[in-house]
Design a protein around this ligand. Structure first.
Ligand SMILES: C[S@@+](CC[C@H](N)C(=O)[O-])C[C@H]1O[C@@H](n2cnc3c(N)ncnc32)[C@H](O)[C@@H]1O
Length: 286
């Protein structure tokens, strides 16, 4: 089975039952999962015009995406950003900060982000210096004071939490009382495919913590997005090759192999959801 992230996991990971998932089980000894791969990825994105053009073509904007966050998904975030002078957004696994930069452009909000990749955070610090705070840090270890953020965004990064329930509760603590958590979440990639949006590792963690959520199934648009990704990779094939980045091109094609099959077969293996948690209205009971 091909997965869409840039890197592959041991097949045994997919065999874990959702409720048994703990990210410490996907750490390689003391090494953080995929650390070196993400370092190479963010170094490549800093130098590759082909990848920049590929992102624009596939996702509608270049945020150096590794995965599934196209502009339609990112624009869904905008309505959760309040108007005002003192609005703060945090992006978990923010990469080089380009998505946050876009949200700041649109709203004027303060942007905060953390990611374990040194290259990504170095770039973010260079690119965004106004009302911006970026730090290198691990999910599960990095902390912020309580009630700091109006919005916490996690696009394809919750999977790396060493303990999903703990991390969800930590985010709830970081949110202001009317704050919102917005999550883009893929199954059949890093996380195992479960029955539906209520059985994912994240949904179960939220349930176990007594946290209510709204969820939208965006699997069909993700299928279309992956087709676009494949076409965009092929469109820039020669440019990738000229740059000496053929390996990344091959990876993009491997990642999108799943859409060479029909939609029904795709949905057997993969699903994508957007989860929204409102701390005030739908947050913790009691
Ligand atoms: C799948 S990518 C998503 C990146 C970006 N949010 C997007 O939507 O394109 C996962 C991101 O999480 C970061 N990451 C992975 N494991 C992490 C960890 N344990 N602690 C902090 N960041 C991590 C990676 O460097 C990468 O930027």
């Amino acid at each position: 089975m091909h997965r869409n992230f840039l890197f592959d996991l041991d097949q045994t990971l997919l065999d874990f039952h959702a409720s048994e998932y703990k990210a410490h089980e996907i750490l390689n000894g003391n090494e953080l999962l995929f650390y070196n791969e993400y370092e190479s990825f963010y170094k490549m994105t800093g130098n590759s015009k082909a990848f920049e053009n590929f992102c624009r073509e596939a996702f509608g904007q270049d945020f150096s995406q590794d995965g599934f966050s196209d502009i339609n998904q990112i624009d869904r975030i905008l309505k959760y950003i309040p108007k005002g002078e003192d609005v703060h957004i945090l992006d978990v696994g923010c990469g080089n900060g380009k998505m946050l930069g876009y949200l700041q452009d649109k709203t004027g909000a303060y942007i905060h982000g953390f990611d374990y990749s040194e290259s990504a955070i170095d770039t973010a610090k260079k690119l965004f210096q106004t009302k911006a705070d970026f730090k290198q840090g691990n999910i599960g270890e990095t902390d912020y004071p309580a009630e700091q953020f109006d919005l916490v965004v996690s696009m394809d990064s919750m999977y790396f939490a060493p303990d999903m329930e703990k991390f969800v509760l930590q985010i709830m603590r970081w949110l202001k009382k009317d704050g919102v958590l917005f999550v883009g979440y893929q199954e059949g990639d890093v996380m195992p495919k479960t029955d539906n949006e209520k059985t994912t590792v994240l949904a179960r963690a939220l349930d176990n913590c007594g946290i209510q959520y709204e969820v939208e199934d965006i699997t069909s648009e993700t299928y279309e997005l992956l087709k676009k990704k494949r076409d965009a990779a092929l469109l820039y094939q020669k440019d990738f090759e000229k740059e000496g980045n053929k390996d990344w091109l091959d990876l993009l094609l491997l990642q999108t192999d799943c859409v060479t099959e029909g939609y029904d077969s795709f949905t057997q293996k993969m699903a994508r959801y957007i989860y929204v948690v409102r701390k005030n209205e739908l947050g913790r009971r009691g």
